[in-house]
Design a protein around this ligand. Structure first.
Ligand code: ADP
Ligand code: FBP
Ligand code: MG
Length: 525
């Protein structure tokens, strides 16, 4: 699958026949190749999506792997309260054997098996040994694509904890947009805190705003209060964008005497939580800041998937199926569905794969032309000629290069996107009119219907695991961390490592290739 050389806007660098695009957070030093020249394919594949600054490594040095691993271990070590303050550990109150005392009279643990996670337990971050940088989806460090073990910290309850549960006050806040499963996570955090023996648990209303808007009072939380909240979508605590004044938030954390803060949110929220963690460290506060990644877009680095994504893909099926029925039943029907996905096309790709009826799948990561002999419109003509109808699924962040750049942002600083769905609908209609071929375009934009629903069964389980692990992480004394699933294993990651950039679909990945095989679409350039 060739990707057309392109201009990625400000920050892109043209190098002869290559274009190096700067993606992700502003001022990030991480670069990703998206345009390519076949001659340069190997170089490009090596440079793409590599989680290390290759310019720092001298591959002729026989010790480069050791250096890489030492650096990796440092980057992925988990910030701990004891890094900046003196605090003694104590035996955990989280007992897996509710009918047996956890300690002997002399204070030692009973038996050799205890079901706790050892601080030295690790999970492998990368599990494929690529034989060549040109292997599908290869993610290499050096030109030979050598195998280098990359271990990250395992999540779960520890034998020793750094807080006295009966004196702990814990807060929970959910930020950003809605996501199916927020209530499941809130509920599990509360249940697990109570299992440790915490009695003072509060919810902060409407995201970071709840810290300083006077009329937003703390919501007392308990098993009784949260028992049934998972039966509905949305967030029991409310959400919001914007309003993250870090110093004010930490003042408020101090004034409320919070010992733990659980922060549910996406990339922006993680950046905010990390800044809160840094400020707490600066003030030498014994406060654990632990995130649970939330986004239907599934665009957080290093994680198999984020909660709510599966549910959103499932919810999208109704829209795609309706568009299919409309298109199939109409004379020369063209169904067009726009799905969420600000920077990444995961929902659109997975929903297209799942449906099996989509003819054209358009995502932000793969540029496409609309007009011309290789454009989307020409392919639609072909589909109408050959099978009589067509179905297009487009991600909201796709094709933004077709619009005049605007600097408009939402309250959180996220770019306000132009409506690619409406644009394509108009283009398709006028194109078929111009060529004198009848077409009947049916456009469906299900937007908020994808995320205002309750979590499905698999997301509900994921939320349960993540919510529990967040609490275990805080009691273990970690702060400035997040929890997720890497290669099916539950891990803790330092926040800066997951917000280095947005997670994108790799156009050279097997999954995108599978999507192309399923839709049968050509390259649109
Ligand atoms: N770089 C940042 N630093 C600090 N706070 C941020 C940053 N980006 C976003 N935030 C705050 O995090 C919250 C959620 O961000 P937003 O981008 O709306 O959602 P998400 O966390 O889902 O990406 C908002 O209150 C926003 O002000
Ligand atoms: O209208 P809102 O609330 O700003 O949300 C729209 C955005 O929310 C999302 O669903 C997810 O964004 P977040 O991860 O930032 O919550 C995007 O796909 C979409 O662009
Ligand atoms: Mg965001």
């Amino acid at each position: 699958m060739a990707v057309a050389p392109m201009d990625c806007g400000a920050g892109s660098i043209s190098l002869g026949h290559k274009v190096l695009c700067r993606f992700g957070v502003p001022n990030s030093s991480r670069l990703r190749w998206v345009g390519y020249d076949r001659k340069q394919r190997t170089d490009q594949l090596i440079a793409r999506a590599v989680s290390v600054d290759r310019t720092q490594l001298d591959f002729s040095n026989p010790d480069w792997k050791t250096q890489f691993q030492e650096d990796f271990d440092k980057r992925f070590s988990l910030p701990h309260l004891t890094d900046v303050i003196d605090v003694e550990p104590r035996p955990t109150t989280f007992s897996l054997k509710s009918r047996a005392p956890l300690e002997n009279a002399n204070g030692t643990m009973q038996g050799s098996w205890n079901g706790y996670v050892n601080d030295d337990d690790r999970a492998l971050l990368k599990v494929i040994k690529f034989a060549s940088p040109t292997s599908a989806g290869a993610d290499c460090i050096d030109p030979d694509c050598s195998w280098v073990e990359q271990w990250v910290h395992r999540a779960g309850p520890r034998k020793q904890i750094y807080f006295e549960p009966q004196y702990v006050k814990a807060g929970i806040v959910s930020c950003g947009g809605l996501c199916p499963g927020l209530n499941d996570v809130i509920r599990q955090i509360v249940l697990t805190l109570e299992k440790y023996g915490v009695k003072n648990i509060v919810g902060i209303q409407h995201g970071f705003r709840g810290f300083f808007e006077d009329h937003l009072s703390e919501v007392p939380l308990s098993r009784h209060v949260v028992q049934n909240i998972n039966l509905a979508g949305g967030s029991f605590l409310g959400v919001s964008r914007g309003g993250a004044n870090i110093s004010d938030i930490v003042d408020s954390i101090q004034a409320r005497r919070l010992d733990m803060l659980f922060v549910l949110g996406g990339n922006g929220t993680h950046a905010g939580a990390n800044a809160i963690h840094d400020e707490c460290r600066k003030r030498k506060l014994q406060v654990s800041i632990v995130c649970v990644p939330k986004t239907i877009d599934n665009d957080i680095l290093l994680m198999d998937k984020t909660f709510g994504f599966d549910t959103a893909v499932e919810a999208a099926q109704r829209a795609i199926n309706s568009a299919y029925i409309e298109a199939h039943s109409a004379f020369h029907g063209i169904g067009l569905v726009k799905l969420m996905g600000r920077s990444s096309g995961f929902i659109t790709m997975h929903a297209s794969l799942s449906s099996g009826q989509v003819d054209i799948c358009l995502i932000p990561e793969v540029p496409f032309t609309v007009d011309g002999p290789n454009g989307v419109l020409r392919h639609l003509e072909h589909l109408i000629e050959t099978k009589g109808f067509a179905l297009v699924c487009v991600a909201e962040g796709a094709g933004q290069e077709y619009f005049q750049k605007s600097n408009a942002t939402d309250a959180s600083g996220n770019m306000v996107l132009s409506d690619i769905g409406v644009h394509l609908q108009q283009k398709i209609k006028s194109h078929f009119k111009d060529i004198g071929v009848h077409s009947d375009v049916k456009y469906i934009d299900p937007t908020y219907m994808l995320r205002a629903v309750r979590a499905n069964a698999s997301d509900a389980i994921l939320c349960t695991v993540l919510g529990q692990n967040a609490v275990h992480g805080a009691f273990a004394g970690f702060s400035g961390i997040t929890t997720g699933v890497c290669n099916t294993h539950n891990v803790y990651l330092p926040i800066p490592e997951v917000i280095k950039s947005t997670r994108f679909i790799d156009p050279n990945s097997r999954m995108w290739h599978r999507c192309l095989t399923s839709t049968g679409q050509p390259d649109f350039h």
